[in-house]
Design a protein around this ligand. Structure first.
Ligand SMILES: N[C@@H](CCC(=O)N[C@@H](CS)C(=O)NCC(=O)O)C(=O)O
Length: 219
């Protein structure tokens, strides 16, 4: 399978990460996203008229949209990552896959603005990103009350992979993760997965250090 990829793209990283977790080997075709804007040139626009990456080719099949690509990789090589067959679990996966688009638009937009000076209303992008993070924190907190560490179950699914990168890179867009302890715990759990791979700015958790502990009476 060939992935049209940019190393600093969180959307492309979702695909690289899912492939690594599923044990799928990708043939990486680097795209000169910046400064060359190759994704808007004739060769890639012919594959994806939306002018975005990632794009995955598998034989004659051309797939765009990272969520669809994650589902494809999981269906082919790691069906456990699709979530269970129960109606509620299947629907929750779809809900978070859709939600991930809001993270891309808000936190991803803020990151493009801050890193590549893309035009945009940075205040509005950050505010939308914070609203989405609050929603994610609440969802993960509810899951923790059910004894589940991930978005849909007590094991990760494509939904977690779809949401994780833009959240982990939120500080690049000037949005702090300090107010979201449940998101930070979830991020640690994902970064500690055996086959986890890194991208610049997102690092593997090498050791699970205990959460900071404050003795009673300590100032
Ligand atoms: N909905 C798309 C969005 C992917 C996306 O935003 N990709 C960025 C790179 S991280 C892109 O190609 N943006 C086009 C541009 O900014 O010109 C998906 O999930 O695949």
């Amino acid at each position: 399978m060939k992935l049209y990829d940019y190393i600093l793209s969180p959307s492309c990283y979702k695909v690289r990460l899912m492939a690594a977790l599923a044990g799928v080997k990708l043939d990486i075709r680097p795209v000169d996203f910046h400064p060359g804007l190759e994704h808007r040139g004739p060769e890639l626009m012919a594959l994806n008229p939306a002018g975005s990456i990632p794009i995955l080719e598998d034989g004659d099949l051309v797939l765009t949209e990272s969520s669809a690509i994650l589902v494809y990789l999981a269906a082919k090589a790691a069906p456990d990552w699709l979530g269970g067959d129960a109606a509620e679990e299947a629907a929750r996966v779809q809900q978070w896959l859709s939600f991930s688009g809001r993270l891309t638009a808000s936190l991803g937009g803020a990151r493009l603005h801050e890193m590549l000076l893309r035009p945009g209303d940075i205040g509005a992008l950050q505010a939308q990103g914070i609203a989405a993070l609050r929603e994610l924190e609440a969802g993960l907190f509810e899951q923790s009350l059910r004894g589940q560490r991930f978005l849909v179950a007590d094991r990760p699914t494509v939904a977690d992979i779809a949401c994780f990168p833009y959240v982990a890179l939120a500080p690049d867009g000037g949005v702090s993760l300090d107010p979201y302890p449940t998101i930070r715990r979830w991020s640690r759990a994902l970064r500690a997965l055996d086959a986890f791979i890194e991208m610049p700015g997102i690092h593997r958790l090498h050791e699970l250090k205990p959460e900071p502990h404050i003795e009673s009476g300590e100032a």
